[in-house]
Design a protein around this ligand. Structure first.
Ligand SMILES: Nc1ncnc2c1ncn2[C@@H]1O[C@H](COP(=O)(O)OP(=O)(O)OP(=O)(O)O)[C@@H](O)[C@H]1O
Length: 249
């Protein structure tokens, strides 16, 4: 049961230039223990919506409500490592944490498979390793909401399965909410409670369970239907027709 409301966005409209709205009339709610996946094509406004949720951007219209004292953990799409400031993964993690946190003794370091990376220079890590280090740092902050911007980009199939399982463990143990961004419909995790398909507006949304039974979903995903799920097919069919990813009638 997801009860405690953590974030509520109501009828958000936002544009970097007022004449060109990136988000139009977007509403969502996020509750503790919930996993929410945002999907949509490049430029759909997914990262912008996250920034509004995080309070980094202010909408031109609509309201943003966050529970008092809400703590976010954020895993960005990319980290620009400054080669002129060499540091180990351990130092990088410690810099994101309250003083006195013992990273080595924390089981999240084990669970994210970061232990063997701690003494390596950040610059020398592979993309997947760096992502695990960023995830570890975000979890150790004990967030109420863990936000991951395209965590599966460039991750191999084993890595994807590992990450899916880890996210469920994180959600269960920390009792946080998790928000994921993806623009690949095939990579939406089955454990997602709520999937929102965004293309400037919300095209459609729902649980992956309801979608998994949908004939269109079966046609698209076939054998992989048990592993992955896609957004559901209700809401406004007129609007969905504008988005090439929304293939239903
Ligand atoms: N700082 C900015 N200034 C002006 N325009 C921006 C800015 N950031 C993003 N945009 C534009 O806003 C639109 C939405 O961008 P956003 O990054 O939110 O999309 P996205 O769905 O996350 O895309 P992707 O899947 O490619 O990461 C794009 O057209 C982008 O060019």
């Amino acid at each position: 049961m997801h009860t405690e409301l953590l974030v509520q966005l109501k009828r958000i409209t936002f544009g970097y230039q007022p004449a060109q709205p990136v988000l139009q009339d977007v509403s969502l709610t996020l509750r503790r223990g919930e996993i929410l996946t945002l999907i949509g094509p490049n430029g759909a406004g997914k990262s912008t919506l996250l920034k509004i949720m995080l309070g980094l951007l202010q909408p031109q219209a609509g309201t943003v409500w966050r529970r008092d004292g809400l703590r976010f953990g954020y895993v960005p799409q990319k980290l620009h490592v400054d080669a002129s400031l060499p540091m180990t993964a351990r130092r990088f993690i410690e810099l994101g944490l309250p003083p006195g946190t013992h990273t080595l003794s924390n089981r999240w370091v084990e669970l994210t498979r970061v232990s063997a990376l701690l003494d390596k220079p950040l610059q020398g890590l592979s993309g997947g390793e760096l992502q695990r280090v960023m995830l570890c740092r975000a979890i150790l902050r004990q967030p109420d909401v863990l936000v991951l911007d395209e965590p599966l980009q460039g991750v191999d199939v084993q890595g994807q399965k590992f990450l899916y399982q880890l996210l469920v463990t994180i959600r269960d143990e920390l009792q946080c909410a998790i928000v994921l961004i993806s623009h690949d419909l095939h990579l939406v995790m089955a454990q997602t409670d709520q999937v929102i398909c965004l293309n400037h507006h919300i095209c459609c949304s729902g649980t992956p369970q309801s979608v998994a039974e949908h004939p269109e979903y079966r046609r698209l995903f076939g054998e992989d239907a048990g592993l992955f799920a896609i957004y559901t097919h209700h809401h406004d069919p007129h609007r969905c027709a504008e988005h090439e990813g929304c293939t239903h009638e």
